[in-house]
Design a protein around this ligand. Sequence first.
Ligand code: GLC
Ligand code: CA
Length: 524
Amino acid sequence: MIYQIYPRSFFDANDDGIGDLPGIIKKFDYIVDLGIDAIWLSPIYMSPMHDCGYDISDYYNIAPCFGTLEDFKTLLAIAHSNNIKVIMDMVLNHTSHVHPWFIESSSSKDNDKSDWYIWHDGKKGKKPNNWKSAYLESAWEWNQIRQQYYLHSFLKEQPDLNWHNPKVKEAMFNIMRYWLDIGVDGFRLDVINYCYKDRRLRNNPFSINPFSEQTEKYNRNRPENYVLVKEIRELIDSYDNRMVVGEVFSYPPGNPELSASYLLDGKGLNLSFDFSLLYQPFNARKFYQCIKRWYNTIPKTGWPCNVLSNHDQPRYGDKHSNDDSDSINRLLALLLLTLWGTPFIYYGEEIGMKNSTIPLKNIVDPAGKRFWPIYKGRDRARTPMQWSDEANAGFSNFASWLPIDSNYRTINVKNQIKDRYSLLNFFKDCIRLRKKHSALTCGLWEPLVKGKHGILVYLRKNDYETLCIILNFTNSPTLLNYRYEAQWKVLYSTHRSRFEHFADLRIQCYPYEATILQKVGDLT
Ligand code: GLC
Ligand code: CA
């Protein structure tokens, strides 16, 4: 179970309005208490912050707003002493435009780093090809000094590296070695399917995908990416007990086959994100289909991971709910923590934080600035962690970098800690159960009811026990009628007490009920 922390929004220890590493250290008891196995930190490296740290200008140091290298080492030591692993974000596709490599590369056509980025004269005064950046503009920017275009898949402040150059690979592998030597437990590889580009820079074919007017045939998922992933895995495996999880980006509705392909039959990524589930509407049948397809595509040697929210996406629980958000959040938590595959929990998900409404003047995310008001950007899922009902939600004594959601007086950690039946305690219970019952981690996943009448039912079972997970995605009482004679008792439930038991799976489900039944007579 991995907990994603967006460092600038976790806790601000030095009261400058931006969360920092000493802040994470201060709140480490909270993290330990959750019961998770690892934390993943979004980028904390030196950066001019055009894309909230995903534009790195020095991979060997920590941005001053987050603290120092010493702070990071302290955090690592505290995490390890609590048996919690630390995963760092690693951005390989691009650097910041103020990274010394880019400054040197752009200084002339013949310098030591002249081919560290992707440069081109253009074609008869026009851009080199039709590739688009994530901001839906040309991915080519003219550089005055060098008098050439350079490629950027994201902002123009994020020039893409030329991975065909072995020196780039060597430099990046050295960076990863440096952090592994310091003791980090692994990396989350940013847009790992973007690194290699077609050497001939061929035009992409046009497409009818609503998110992009072209199929990214020549600038993503190039065959060389797979070789790269394999080499990264070899590097990772040359250390004890480390891992890599990759962001294999694809537009909605997601592409599980593509994500799984990067697992390379046990020789590639340890884990690969597929976003199909978080792109799904809240619907039992759709969830079933999506989970089934994901599992079918995982190679025998592979292991899935599951995620519903992250720093690029609206918080899932809030996106699909209204007044029922608390019930829906519980159902989603129980689902996430009983599925086969490593669960990723995004900070604030465990207390049901919402997608904030942020006025244009406060928007920080470049995507929000660019596409407002059609798309208001990613800030709404990045607001500061709501610790208490005190000023600034107990996050900082200073105005925070993004406005705090006004709901902090009711939705906050302090309230939920003291309430035995809060969402936070529900999450903790589910995390604890996942740790205790090996069937939930390693057991087989066997669907019984595949979304009929809005109900999803599946078993998790191994030699020791059989658990049955029942999820009613609807807001009305619904009859589950599945013939499975056995003595079932309630192990955990949103609605039922542990004294209830059933002789068959004929159960009148409550609205949004989420229940784990345990088959009596198994070994535990
Ligand atoms: C990934 C990150 C996102 C960032 C982009 C460019 O998709 O998750 O936050 O903007 O890469 O680095
Ligand atoms: Ca701070």
